[in-house]
Design a protein around this ligand. Structure first.
Ligand SMILES: Cc1ncc(COP(=O)(O)O)c(C=O)c1O
Length: 432
């Protein structure tokens, strides 16, 4: 090209969760039976949304308007329904339908939210980080994503002092991102902690982004939304139906803009989000139309509770599988459907292996592990030896080494096999 056409942030767009699939496919072609534990898609892992929910979608197909474009912001009746839900929360921030904006999945919302920020305005996010946020922030700023620590020795809770210091001494930071329940750790932050983060944002005139895609998968109750803890701090709360119905294929997510009028600059930035959306006309009409009928259905609360109980039981199984394993930290998640296993410092080295019988597979793995991070080395050997595909923790912008699995496998026997095999593989690997 006579001009360099590559965006300066292009190299920062990485997504280990799917990139690992390419490696897994190569091994599958060499005859390994793969078990995909990398993607958070409940439907692909065997969950069927309840029949009553599917019936609502069937009925919508017969409504001609569900085939039409909708307003750029999203279907008005749905935004009114969702705004009313926000306003029901006792003592919370009040919004209107105009503060809700639909996107083609939260992935799209994330890319627009960072993409519309001024390049110099940075958002501080957690480490380990969910790659969609960290990559999008980094690609739009053109710099490495700025992070605060989640502490593995404190249940993966945010290090609030780290946030305070970074925000105080780096005035490029305009926003603070948090995810609760978190991906990849499954940690759920208590109210006092998130209120402290809101207070830091208030003191330093920053806004908050909260990813609440798992907000209705909290074990043992205690769901908490940003509208209940941000006070008067301008914020964007991100919600979606991918994980909740679950309907990831609907590509339907939305943002709730909180305290928009508190800051003129924040308000203009929110206007630019809508202007960017206008270029595309609108988002997915039919899934949006389903929201008041599904979330407003009397059966929905029980549906959510059943799933919360289910994932809590599976989280218990996962923790039990690693009991007594001194090489790792395996905190019990408080929500969502992920489980992160962290290797303690000094446990991994660059000559550990797992036995792989198939010679071609072994040779392929030996080539692949050259020069990779130690946890990725473990993940590759695990894939070659057992076919289980997990995501290395360093793929989540983390200095800690480890891996993330999901709690989604719906076949009880298979899930037990996965956990048993992971534990045995770690025991074998770390002594090798
Ligand atoms: C924390 C988090 N945010 C956003 C998304 C994207 O969700 P969507 O399917 O709405 O694009 C995911 C998907 O895994 C996620 O884990």
């Amino acid at each position: 090209m006579r001009r360099d056409i590559v965006h300066p942030g292009a190299g920062n767009l990485t997504y280990e969760i799917r990139e690992i699939v390419a490696v897994g496919r190569q091994l599958r072609d060499l005859g390994v039976e793969m078990t995909w534990e990398n993607i958070g898609d409940p439907v692909q892992k065997g969950e069927t949304p309840p029949d009553w929910m599917r019936q609502i979608v069937r009925e919508l197909i017969d409504e001609p308007l569900s085939w039409a474009y909708c307003d750029t912001e999203g279907v008005l009746a749905t935004r009114e329904f969702l705004a009313a839900k926000v306003n029901e929360r006792p003592g919370g921030v009040q919004i209107t339908a105009a503060d809700i904006l639909f996107f083609n999945g939260l992935g799209d919302a994330v890319s627009k939210v960072y993409g519309q920020l001024r390049r110099e305005a940075r958002v501080l996010g957690p480490s380990p980080a969910y790659s969609t946020h960290s990559s999008a922030e980094s690609a739009s700023s053109g710099y490495k994503h700025l992070t605060y620590n989640l502490d593995p020795y404190n249940g993966w809770m945010p290090d609030v002092e780290d946030i305070r210091m970074k925000v105080k001494y780096n005035d490029a930071i305009a926003g603070i991102l948090l995810l609760s329940p978190d991906n990849p750790t499954g940690a759920v932050y208590p109210r006092a902690l998130v209120e402290e983060i809101a207070e830091i944002a208030r003191q330093h005139d920053c806004f908050i982004i909260t990813d609440e895609i798992y907000a209705h998968i909290v074990y043992g109750g205690g769901r908490l939304h940003a509208s209940e803890w941000v006070g008067d701090v301008p914020a964007i709360a991100m919600r979606g139906i991918s994980k909740e119905y679950p309907w990831p294929g609907s590509r339907c997510g939305w943002i709730e803009i909180l305290n928009r009028k508190r800051d003129e600059n924040f308000s203009r930035y929110c206007d630019s989000l809508l202007a960017a959306k206008r270029l595309e006309v609108s988002s997915t009409t039919l899934p949006q139309m389903s929201i008041p009928r599904v979330i407003g259905d009397a059966r929905y609360a029980a549906h959510l509770r059943r799933r919360e109980d289910l994932f809590e039981r599976r989280a218990g199984e996962a923790v039990a599988a690693f009991a007594g394993c001194d090489a790792v930290v395996a905190n019990k998640p408080g929500g969502a459907f992920y489980f992160t296993v962290m290797f303690k410092d000094g446990i991994l080295n660059d000559h550990q292996t797992l036995p792989i019988d198939n010679r071609a597979v072994r040779q392929r793995i030996e080539q692949m592990v050259q020069g990779v991070a130690p946890d990725k080395r473990f993940v590759y050997y695990l894939m070659g030896a057992t076919g289980i595909v997990v995501v290395p923790l360093t793929g989540f912008q983390s200095e800690h080494h480890g891996f993330r699995i999901t709690l989604l496998e719906s076949d009880d026997k298979k899930r037990a096999w996965i956990l048993r095999t992971l534990r045995q593989s770690i025991d074998t690997y770390v002594v090798a």
